[in-house]
Design a protein around this ligand. Structure first.
Ligand SMILES: Cc1ncc(COP(=O)(O)O)c(C=O)c1O
Length: 350
């Protein structure tokens, strides 16, 4: 019953098999192999346009270097106040981009458009002392398990565009958001005005594979140097490419994300039907936030369930009582119905 994070899951057998196959041959290094080139082209098909793709090893590197590529001196980048870039990356985005991350509030992990506009207005382009607005970054799916609808993305990118700011999307759980919405990769990104995407594979069945996808080639002009200086150009890049080769073949990536979301749906339905637990807020991706009485949470942990306690957001419709606890449950391609049902049975019994 591993619900701590989709990072805890292993790698899908098809990805392991593709890696093993790649390991038996020689090929050009530093992203210059036939496989690297073929997988880069595959991203053009996935996104229905020519894109520039750069592989990196972690989501933090993908976000930080994406922001570095659009950095302006004295620039500030706006993100949701609970976004991974601002809360969980130890300042790496600030370090690599030289920009300051500025939090914007919004319910359910989503940036509020009016608050974004107000935030940008607070950093005019001639603001020498305060800093100047330079970028917007949004997370899809969000850290709170919610998913921006295409209209909600439009609303944010329109504000960014009015102010001449490029938009980055942290897609560490891109596939989970995509299948939750049932739209195409293009419809969730460049057709909505997103300029750069951190395309995550690691949380969804890869061993270690993240890609930075540029929809605007002008923004990628210097990027090869940015990545190299950040020590993220791998001599054996082809082993990231091999993972993406399997990931993007036969819709494996979408199948894995669909499975993870379905397991989360099962959790959501089971929790809704219980008296001793409730959903903290509604989510549609592979993350579920639940309020359990403390006895149930302890019983589940004692029986081997793994999950994280979560800080209580200010705007919860029903506050967490003293004898209750808020937890996050994350499902993955490797979660089974048995895991979910066992967890729900333990919660019900207590
Ligand atoms: C939304 C989001 N973005 C980025 C990351 C960073 O990924 P990594 O831990 O590989 O640096 C995470 C990891 O948990 C995440 O949840």
């Amino acid at each position: 019953m591993f619900f701590a994070s989709d990072n805890w899951a292993g790698a899908h057998p098809a990805i392991n098999e593709r890696l093993s196959r790649e390991s038996t041959r020689f090929a050009a290094a530093y992203g210059n192999s036939d496989l690297d080139k073929a997988v880069e082209k595959r991203f053009n098909e996935i996104f229905e346009r020519d894109v520039s793709v750069y592989f990196v090893s972690t989501g933090t590197a993908a976000n930080s270097l994406s922001l570095a590529s659009i950095a302006r001196i004295g620039g500030v980048a706006f993100s949701h106040s609970e976004a991974h870039v601002i809360e969980d990356e130890c300042g790496a985005p600030d370090f690599f981009s030289g920009m300051r991350m500025v939090p914007v509030e919004g319910e359910n992990g989503k940036i509020d458009p009016a608050k974004l506009a107000a935030g940008i207005a607070g950093f005019p382009q001639d603001s020498l002392h305060h800093g100047r607005a330079a970028a917007v970054t949004l997370t899809q799916a969000t850290e709170l398990g919610t998913v921006y609808t295409p209209d909600e993305i439009d609303a944010l990118t329109a504000i960014a565009r009015q102010n001449g700011l490029p938009v980055h999307m942290d897609g560490a759980r891109f596939a989970n958001a995509l299948v939750a919405l049932g739209v195409s990769p293009a419809e969730m990104t460049w057709k909505r005005g997103v300029d750069i995407l951190s395309f995550g594979g690691t949380k969804n069945g890869c061993w270690c594979a993240e890609a930075i996808v540029f929809f605007n080639p002008d923004l990628a002009r210097e990027f090869a140097f940015i990545r190299k200086r950040a020590a993220q150009l791998f001599s054996k890049t082809r082993f990231i490419s091999a993972q993406f080769d399997a990931y993007l073949s036969d819709d494996l990536w979408l199948g894995m994300a669909r499975h993870a979301n379905t397991m989360a749906d099962r959790l959501r339905a089971g929790i809704r039907s219980q008296n001793s637990a409730r959903l903290a807020w509604d989510t549609t991706s592979n993350e579920v936030f639940a309020v359990l009485n403390k006895a149930s949470a302890q019983a589940a942990e004692a029986r081997g369930a793994r999950f994280y306690g979560w800080p209580t957001p200010l705007n919860m419709s029903e506050p967490v009582k003293d004898d209750e606890t808020l937890i996050r449950l994350v499902t993955s391609f490797a979660t089974t119905e048995e895991d979910v049902d066992q967890f729900l049975t333990i919660c019900k019994a207590d």
